[in-house]
Ligand binder design. Structure first.
Ligand SMILES: Cc1cc2nc3c(=O)[nH]c(=O)nc-3n(C[C@H](O)[C@H](O)[C@H](O)COP(=O)(O)OP(=O)(O)OC[C@H]3O[C@@H](n4cnc5c(N)ncnc54)[C@H](O)[C@@H]3O)c2cc1C
Length: 514
């Protein structure tokens, strides 16, 4: 029976980051991963003979300082110097090319409004940026650290100046539609800009709540929310994280699922002391950090007998059903999108905000849309080793696809969705069907079973206002500590949420070491 200082459940990027930071501080750390590969939703895998893809397909939220702190350059990963431009396609308008500070293919008014829009959002994002890397103060918490965080937040907003502060407070909870409607005329431009606030969430352009906050969070990444794909792609990131963990002395066991968190104690308090594996083996540790989603962690691995009834009810009520499917195509040649010379950017197929809204409506009532909207990347244009020579991978995030449609994901329902997706693609890239050698469709239900994420949710739990900040995933577990002494959270279900940002993993390590 081995004993570790800390066991980390899950070798997704947050689990690996947390483990590395703990090991660098001198802890003896073991990472246990259920899958046969590391990376979680960022893991690359062969989906068709000779063709590889990962569920997470590009970077936009990764902070530059994290790459430096983990010395990832030494292990083969650096962020790309330049970003991918976004190409917004619609059947009725010429392609719109969106960059960091400029946009082409729209009227002079829209082009000028884009500069104002980006400048303003960058100002707001910079004001909020420190708080994605901080532990949120507890509700009712009065420690000096918590009071200082509140004061820091207030000061940052106050330092925006009166006009910007008022504007920030006005727009922070606007639906994305209202925000972009105030600035632009082009429907396809507005739809593409809405996308970055809503993708991954159960939100559409008209939904009030947290889309603007999500966008500002994403913009805290190294390129102000612009997407990038460096040499080696997402696979290089995961492999560098694994190498950094091993260099720091972390032990990683793949294909090793945790069945139970071991807990001892009485009504005066519970303390975790290790885990039991599905093989029956017990591994002891003073602390356990889970990067599995909150429902898996508390309802499956801890178990309700060890939890306060109010807390377990709150966890049970968490909204965790994903709304995004993943499509991978193995292509025997480069697809040609109408009007696009080289499809080497990120392509948004959502011609208008209404097209997104109507697609959302279908899924809201239980089925995937008749007219799906999606974001596409051809990662093999940047990373040729993903496909055999001269061939390509198409990787698409498809909104909105329900996790559990009535009657479940029968083969008939899957086939209907595949056909709808190919029909959309054919409209924008005529002949793509002919090029297609193979296809993988991962519904949220597939992501749940194959990637061990409850509901297959992009963020492990919907980042709605009641499940965000000091309420993420619930107020009792929002500081990475949980009601069980020695048990911590470090995955996307913790503050500040999902995306490849590494912030939950880094923040959790800091709390554990405090
Ligand atoms: C369709 C889709 C597309 C996305 N695209 C992007 C994108 O392009 N860019 C981006 O930045 N983000 C993207 N995301 C979001 C991003 O992938 C996730 O938010 C992020 O990967 C979560 O990382 P994590 O380390 O917190 O969790 P995960 O990556 O989910 O890792 C958790 C790990 O825990 C393991 N685990 C769970 N239970 C157990 C157990 N009992 N025992 C042992 N191990 C266990 C799992 O196997 C998994 O490896 C996408 C998400 C989805 C669903």
């Amino acid at each position: 029976m081995s004993t570790y200082d800390t066991i980390v459940i899950g070798a997704g990027h947050n689990g690996l980051i947390c483990a590395t930071l703990l090991a660098k501080a001198g802890q003896r750390v073991l990472v246990l991963e259920a899958s046969d590969s590391q990376g979680g939703l960022a893991a690359s895998r062969e989906f068709h003979p000779g063709f590889h893809a990962s569920v997470a397909q590009s970077f936009y939220a990764l902070p530059a300082n994290l790459i430096k702190d983990l010395d990832l350059a030494k292990h083969g990963f650096e962020l790309a110097d330049s970003c991918l431009h976004t190409i917004a396609l619609s059947p009725d308008e010429a392609p719109i090319i969106i960059g960091d500070e400029s946009v082409s293919g729209v009227s002079a008014d829209d082009a000028s409004a884009y500069q104002t829009y980006r400048r303003q959002l960058k100002t707001f994002s910079a004001a909020l940026a420190p708080f994605w890397e901080k532990t949120m103060p507890g509700i009712g918490g009065n420690s000096l650290k918590e009071l200082l965080t509140f004061a820091h937040m207030g000061l940052k907003l106050r330092m925006l100046g009166k006009d910007d502060m008022l504007e920030f407070l006005r727009v922070a909870s606007l639906p994305m539609r209202d925000l972009v409607d105030e600035h632009f005329k082009s429907e396809a431009l507005k739809a593409a800009l809405c996308w970055d606030g809503i993708v991954g969430s159960k939100l559409a352009p008209r939904s009030p709540n947290q889309a603007v906050l999500t966008l500002l969070n994403r913009m805290a990444g190294a390129h102000a929310g612009q997407h990038s794909l460096p040499a080696g792609g997402v696979a290089a990131f995961v492999s560098a994280l694994g190498a950094a963990a091993q260099a720091a002395g972390v032990e990683i066991r793949l294909g090793t699922a945790v069945k139970q968190v071991l807990i001892e104690g009485d009504e005066d308090g519970q303390r975790c002391r290790g885990v039991v594996l599905t093989s029956g083996e017990t591994v002891n540790a003073a602390k356990v950090v889970s990067s599995a989603d909150p429902k898996t962690t508390f309802l499956k691995l801890v178990g309700t007998p060890y939890l306060e009834i109010e807390f377990s009810n709150r966890i049970r009520r968490l909204r965790c059903d994903g709304f995004v499917a993943k499509l991978h195509l193995a292509l025997k040649g480069r697809p040609q999108f109408t009007g696009v010379s080289t499809p080497d950017g990120r392509i948004i197929l959502a011609p208008s905000m209404d097209a997104i809204e109507f697609a959302f409506d279908d899924a809201k009532y239980g089925d995937s849309s008749e007219h799906p909207v999606m974001e596409i990347l051809i990662p093999s244009l940047h990373q040729p080793d993903l496909a055999p020579a001269g061939q390509h991978v198409l990787s698409a995030q498809v909104m909105y696809v329900p996790a559990h449609p009535e009657g479940g994901w029968t083969e008939e329902r899957r086939q209907a969705l595949r056909e709808k997706l190919m029909a959309v693609l054919e409209r924008y890239a005529p002949g793509i069907g002919e090029l297609t050698l193979g296809m993988e469709l991962l519904t949220p239900a597939d992501l749940e079973t194959q990637y061990h994420v409850s509901g297959g949710h992009w963020h492990h739990a919907e980042p709605a206002i009641d499940q965000l900040l000091m309420m993420r995933p619930t107020y009792e577990a929002a500081q990475y500590r949980t009601p069980i002494e020695g048990l911590y959270l470090c995955g996307a279900g913790a503050h500040p949420g999902g995306d490849l940002s590494g912030n939950p993993g880094r923040n959790a390590a800091r709390e554990i070491l405090a």
